[in-house]
Design a protein around this ligand. Structure first.
Ligand SMILES: Nc1nc2c(ncn2[C@@H]2O[C@H](COP(=O)(O)OP(=O)(O)OP(=O)(O)O)[C@@H](O)[C@H]2O)c(=O)[nH]1
Ligand SMILES: [Mg+2]
Length: 316
């Protein structure tokens, strides 16, 4: 195998990009050697998050948006994150098909990432993959993730602009409010609007959004599309570009970048501490203590105290 040279990332060599991404995924110790050097060049592109329920048409929509960006002379890097999938590196069939469509195109790089069962870390890794793609010169980075539980909130931490994709069947007012998506979207897209109920959910959403007041008075738009045929996509694209421009002018973009940056620091601290904490000794201790427990009578904190004993000295 050819020797890995991180500088090849800067000249958009897709082979080097793929290698670097695999290293991030595998927690390879080499990452530390090049990461800070590429990070410096990773802050230029706008990062767009696309989230929504399984099968809503996120990938189809992103695919159409990629075409819009290319027509606009912009290069795109896509990180498709599926926390429920054990696959990584493009093993998802649908994603593989769309990736092959662009395999000869140096202006598009698509990578899918799954969760290999490792403790957390997926959102951190996805952001680092975004940094690699950014350093390769991509103008736009898209994070696409299935909205299950925590995932859609992670995407907000990774993106400057978040699009929530829903379908006519996504539910009534109560379901939408419960889903926790109202707070995170900068733009709603009702996809599959070729199916019945599209107008109804659009109206419901608009009503909710006007009723819920936000800090800065920003009310996300609700748009609709048929991603398979491309209906509505150009309007969505124009809206994204316009909103990002407005965010840039108002200072909102910079604010979000700073928030993103601070959140990354916090998440890294947690991950680092967890890594140090669960060393071999402590994993053994945990097993020893808990294997003899045959009742839930004692408060969990009593065990935690035993585990934490002397930990403060270790991290100093
Ligand atoms: N009728 C209709 N079908 C659509 C539309 N957009 C996507 N689909 C179909 O919906 C299915 C799922 O589309 P995807 O783009 O894979 O959806 P996704 O949200 O990326 O799915 P996951 O990544 O599995 O969560 C595919 O069979 C698409 O062809 C649409 O606007 N109308
Ligand atoms: Mg998808």
């Amino acid at each position: 195998m050819k020797k890995f040279n991180y500088k090849d990332i800067f000249i958009n060599k897709h082979v080097a990009i793929s290698r670097a991404i695999s290293m991030v995924e595998n927690n390879d110790s080499q990452v530390a050697k090049f990461y800070d050097k590429i990070y410096k060049y990773s802050n230029e592109p706008v990062r767009i998050g696309v989230t929504g329920p399984p099968g809503a048409g996120k990938s189809t929509l992103v695919d159409k948006l990629i075409s819009c960006f290319i027509n606009d002379n912009k290069s795109v890097g896509v990180v498709a994150i599926d926390p429920s999938s054990p696959f990584s590196g493009g093993a998802l069939l649908g994603d593989r098909v769309r990736m092959s469509k662009y395999s000869e195109n140096n202006n598009v790089y698509i990578r899918s990432m799954g969760n290999r069962g490792d403790l957390g870390g997926l959102s951190r890794k996805a952001q680092e993959v975004g940094d690699i793609l950014a350093a390769s010169g991509k103008d736009i980075i898209i994070f696409e993730t299935v909205g299950v539980g925590q995932a859609e909130h992670d995407i907000v931490n990774a993106a400057d602009f978040t699009i929530v994709v829903l379908v006519p069947e996504s539910g009534d007012e109560v379901q939408l409010m419960k889903a926790g998506i109202i707070e995170i979207a900068d733009l709603f897209v009702i996809n599959k609007s070729d199916r019945p109920g599209s107008k109804r959910i659009e109206r419901t959403l608009v009503d909710i959004l006007h009723a819920v007041s936000t800090e800065d008075g920003f009310i996300p738009d609700v748009m609709s599309s048929v991603a398979t045929t491309g209906v509505g996509v150009k309007q969505i694209f124009d809206k994204i570009i316009r909103n990002i421009q407005l965010f840039d002018e108002s200072g909102q973009l910079e604010k979000r970048r700073l928030r993103r940056y601070k959140n990354r620091i916090k998440a890294l601290v947690v991950e680092k501490l967890e890594g140090i904490f669960w060393d071999l000794n402590r994993r053994r201790l945990f097993k020893n203590i808990t294997s003899s427990i045959d009742s839930v009578a004692n408060p969990p904190n009593s065990v935690v105290r035993k585990l934490l004993l002397n930990f403060d000295k270790e991290v100093k």
